[in-house]
Design a protein around this ligand. Structure first.
Ligand code: HEC
Length: 240
């Protein structure tokens, strides 16, 4: 190779330089594409998907709510959630009262007779049993107590609002309350304890909480064991 050729050769860019340049160009191009389309395109499609999913879920929940409010239907069989519309609850009470003088009273008496022999003296430790409390929580739904007695500040009890039924929130166990002795009867002071709870369920017309717009309608049949579980659950709701 002549001296002159060698000089020309060193002036030519080598292949490595070409490759490096091509690589840099590709990189710049890639960064540009990602910054231009990547940011906007992907997250945007994600939020749209999420919004649509949310809207669909909302519509589904609303449908469930509307169906539930219009019927006795089971809202959620797996969680044993039922609803009783206020109008239907009131209709049942009125129709019982219209069946004849004392017919509602007779039924109440027969229900409390069924409870005869109920052990009111339940040991305090037994009421602390988490399994019993959990059973009571389920019964509170299946025996439709929850339609009238609010236990969660976030979940209003529709029928209870209409009747001004007492809620089971805050501190209530062991506290004094004023009740009418009999529907519209004289006022008496009562302590919220085991005996009062049992009486409230077995003979709901005997003591009517002051301020309630109607006495508590007779609940569906409740066995003594179920009553004990309900008792444990309601007691557990009271703040100490
Ligand atoms: C249709 C509505 C309704 C349903 C269902 C209902 N209650 Fe009541 N309950 C009331 C009303 C109204 C009162 C207040 C008037 C009264 O004392 O009779 C009341 C009072 C009570 C009291 C006395 C509370 C207090 O603060 O003195 C207890 C305890 C009680 N209910 C428990 C239950 C349990 C347990 C169930 C489920 C088995 C239930 N209730 C179902 C409406 C209802």
């Amino acid at each position: 190779m002549s001296e002159e050729n060698k000089q020309i050769d060193s002036l030519q860019p080598s292949w490595a330089t070409h490759e490096l340049f091509a690589l840099a160009l590709t990189l710049v191009l890639a960064v540009w594409i990602v910054s231009k389309y990547g940011k906007e395109a992907r997250p945007q499609s994600l939020t749209t998907d999420r919004d649509e999913a949310r809207a669909a879920k909302r519509a589904e929940l609303k449908k469930v709510d509307e169906e539930a409010l219009g019927s006795y239907g089971v809202v959620d069989e797996s969680r044993k959630v039922y609803r009783l519309p206020v109008a239907d609850a009131m209709r049942v009470v009125v129709s019982r009262m219209n069946e004849g003088p004392g017919s509602l009273h007779k039924e109440l008496v027969s229900r409390s007779m069924a409870a005869a022999g109920l052990a009111v003296a339940v040991p305090a430790e037994e009421l602390e049993d988490p399994a019993l409390i959990a059973q009571g929580k389920t019964l509170f739904q299946t025996k439709i107590c929850f339609t009238c007695h609010q236990v969660d500040p976030a979940v209003p009890a529709a029928a209870g609002l209409a009747l001004k039924a007492p809620s089971f929130m805050g501190e209530f166990w062991g506290k004094e309350r004023e009740v009418h002795k009999g529907v519209g009867g004289p006022i008496e002071k009562m302590k919220f304890d085991v005996a009062y709870f049992v009486e409230s369920i077995r003979k709901p017309m005997d003591k009517v909480v002051k301020g309630a717009l109607a006495p508590m309608p007779p609940p569906p049949p409740i066995t003594d064991d179920e009553l004990k579980a309900l008792l444990a659950y309601v007691k557990s709701l009271s703040k100490k």
